[in-house]
Design a protein around this ligand. Structure first.
Ligand code: NAP
Length: 252
């Protein structure tokens, strides 16, 4: 499907790996100029090089989304370098420690909330202001199946991802008449380095696969396809909503 995104400017946080990298590749194939913002500059530069070698347009930029000043600088840089902002995907995230809530370390709680919830707020705040200058824009926040259901031992991650769903809904209503759409996507278990890390920590790879109604985990490209659709004008009446891409995991 031609999504009509040619020559738009997009910023994708956490674009150096996994789901974010797949989103960057797919946007670039649609003719979008992609700013790949990641804390891992080497990874962002690698994805940018792949895109540019394939004839697309990508620019790697360092950001720690948990640092409000970093995010403000990133958005000012994007606006100055690319002449404005049309599309944004707030995807950077970490999984955090698995531990019962009663003994969950406070520093670990703060580390997870800082990146997975505060980081999304900082990004959405500045993206909205950049998009208001153009009078249009589309933002997709990446939550998780754990934005609507819970997994034991992940209270910080589950709370942050539920928070991203609430943040998205509130902001979408506020800007619904300003030409800015804001949606949230909840991936199920997707094959990326983040999930590999969780498996190592939990040694639960086979149990995880047995819980998948489709008998397999998803691919980053299967999340990217939904995100690109939501970013496009094909989704012009879709805003403020949560969209699962989880192979029926949360249908149990
Ligand atoms: P990933 O492969 O680990 O990629 C995440 C990228 O974000 C990495 O390059 C990471 O850098 C970067 N990052 C981490 N902290 C950052 C920060 N403070 N500022 C900027 N960039 C930062 O993860 P993924 O599996 O693709 O996950 C992407 C998003 O989808 C996350 O929000 C995750 O919670 C969500 N999600 C994933 C799954 C899944 O099954 N994979 C399921 C549901 C939701 P480092 O590698 O240096 O940390």
């Amino acid at each position: 499907m031609e999504l009509g995104l040619r020559d738009k400017v997009a910023v994708v946080t956490g674009g150096g790996s996994g789901i974010g990298a797949a989103i960057c590749h797919q946007l670039a194939r649609e003719g979008v100029h992609v700013v790949i913002a990641d804390i891992d500059m080497e990874a962002a530069a690698r994805i940018a090089e792949e895109i540019n070698l394939a004839g697309g347009k990508a620019l790697p930029v360092y950001v720690d989304v948990g640092n409000a000043e970093d995010v403000e600088r990133l958005m000012a840089y994007v606006t100055a370098q690319c002449g404005g902002l049309d599309l944004a995907v707030n995807n950077a995230g970490i999984h955090g420690m698995r531990n019962p809530t009663g003994t969950y370390p406070i520093e670990e709680w703060q580390r997870v909330i800082r990146v997975n919830l505060d980081g999304v707020f900082y990004c959405v705040k500045h993206q909205i202001n950049a998009m208001l200058e153009r009078g249009s824009g589309s933002i997709v926040n990446i939550s998780s199946i754990l934005g609507t259901v819970a997994l034991p031992l992940t209270s910080a991650y589950t709370a942050a991802k539920h928070g991203v769903v609430g943040l998205t809904k509130a902001a979408a209503i506020e800007y619904a008449r300003s030409g800015i759409r804001i949606n949230v996507v909840g991936p199920g278990w997707i094959d990326t380095p983040l999930v590999t890390d969780i498996q190592k920590a939990a040694s639960s790879s086979r149990r995880m696969d047995a819980l998948q109604p489709m008998g397999r985990r998803g691919k980053p490209e299967e999340v990217a396809a939904l995100v690109c659709f939501l970013l496009s004008e094909q989704a012009s009446f879709i805003t403020g909503s949560y969209h699962a891409v989880d192979g029926a995991y949360t249908s149990h």
